[in-house]
Ligand binder design. Structure first.
Ligand code: PLP
Length: 390
């Protein structure tokens, strides 16, 4: 019904992935597997809704607190995540990272600590550093092909007097880890014990491949917390802007909304983002399920190809996200030499693992959100580059 193998030329659309690849990689015209957006057109139901809204022609100021938007979000959480919410706790923002950054300011002071699992999404470090807070890393550990958080180490970090916030990434970018209920319960109890507030970034919630379901933080929460997410990753609409979340504590929610509307002058949402979210959450399930199947096959393709070329890698597809977090340490190759071969020789852009912190050394992150024909070129490029530097 939906053809994800169709190649759409994104050149010349001011897209970060293709048109601005030189900004990160120093060279233009690379085949990019970088930041997390996909090369697919969004769902037809979203395009239809956007076209209809554009045909109306008037694009004046708007409001997100309307029954259609609130109802669509509640519907999605109920249908896809088995979660009922009080829509009175919903908040809106221009992007997930804007919302994270604002709550960091609201819930901590300059010099305070924000605990996070590392490796971590690079924008987390920027939001923490940019607000003059201190990142307090707790390294995830890889055992038996799975990622684990040592809860004693997490508790030690949360117990530090300067720790005010746990910035959770659930599911986790870049490892793809899906947190279990037991892990979430333990983290909730530890945060409560040490008076640490939780911000849970759940933007990858719809892209889970493991049997184990994603559990929204609202289902395990205690104390003071926020959950932020968006349809932007799942439906590939991040440049429309638009994100939403739950802040349960009324004072925190009011402070958030007052800053958004007053200090930051963002009282009107992007109306096309609202339109897209409503269409996605009310009508987009079939498209998303087809996309998920395609992406899962893409990840399997990466596993088959890499493990065939380098059996010692034994790379397994992640539990979640369309981002392949590939541990190359068994091959003992130099990260810089590999990047050089990828860029200069193979003409592909694949994220070096240390973008996500020191724990990412020896890894690469390859975005599999693209037609298979492109992915094949990227994986071949990676295999050739590895061979040339070994
Ligand atoms: C964990 C995580 N949070 C947030 C974002 C970005 O979201 P936004 O553009 O809404 O800030 C990304 C994008 O890669 C992400 O991986």
């Amino acid at each position: 019904m939906f053809d994800f193998s169709k190649v759409v030329d994104r050149h010349g659309t001011w897209c970060t992935q293709w048109d601005y690849v030189a900004d990160r990689f120093g060279t233009a015209d690379l085949l990019p597997f970088t930041i997390s957006d996909m090369d697919f057109a969004t769902a037809p139901c979203i395009l239809e809704a956007l076209n209809k809204r554009l045909a109306h022609g008037v694009l004046g100021y708007s409001r997100w607190k309307n029954d259609e938007f609130l109802g669509a979000v509640a519907h999605w959480l109920a249908q896809r995540h088995n979660t009922r919410i009080d829509t009175g706790s919903l908040v809106y923002g221009p992007s997930v990272i804007y919302m994270v950054s604002q709550l960091i300011r609201q819930w901590s002071a300059a010099g305070d600590g924000v605990v996070l699992h590392t490796p971590a999404y690079d924008a987390f470090y920027k939001a923490i550093d940019g607000n003059q807070r201190r990142a307090i890393p707790v390294a995830l550990e890889q055992r038996d092909g799975d990622w684990h958080c040592d809860m004693d180490k997490l508790e030690a970090a949360l117990a530090r007097p300067e720790s005010k916030i746990l910035l959770l990434c659930s599911p986790h970018n870049p490892t793809g880890k899906v947190w279990t209920r037991a892990e979430l319960d333990t983290m909730a109890a530890l945060c409560e014990r040490h008076g640490v507030r939780v911000i849970s970034d759940e933007i990858h919630m719809d892209m889970v491949w493991s049997e184990q379901a994603h559990i929204p933080w609202s289902n395990v929460a205690r104390g003071n917390w926020a959950l932020f997410t968006s349809a932007s990753k799942s439906f590939n609409i991040p440049a429309l802007t638009g994100a939403w979340g739950l802040i349960e504590d009324a004072d925190s929610r009011d402070a958030y909304l007052n800053a958004l509307k007053g200090r930051d002058g963002l009282s009107s949402p992007a109306v096309l983002a609202l339109t897209a979210h409503i269409a996605a959450y009310e009508q987009g399930a079939a498209w998303l399920d087809a996309l998920r199947e395609y992406l899962r096959e893409n990840l399997r393709y990466i596993a088959d190809s890499l493990n065939h070329a380098f059996p010692e890698l034994n790379w397994q597809i992640p539990q979640a996200t369309y981002l392949a977090w590939i541990d190359l340490r068994a091959l003992n190759i130099d990260d810089k030499a590999l990047q050089n071969a990828l860029i200069q020789q193979e003409k592909v852009a694949i994220m070096p693992g240390d973008t996500y912190g020191d724990e990412g050394r020896g890894f690469v992150r390859l975005n599999a959100g693209c037609p298979r024909s492109k992915l094949e070129k990227g994986v071949n490029g990676l295999i050739n580059a590895i061979r040339s530097v070994r």
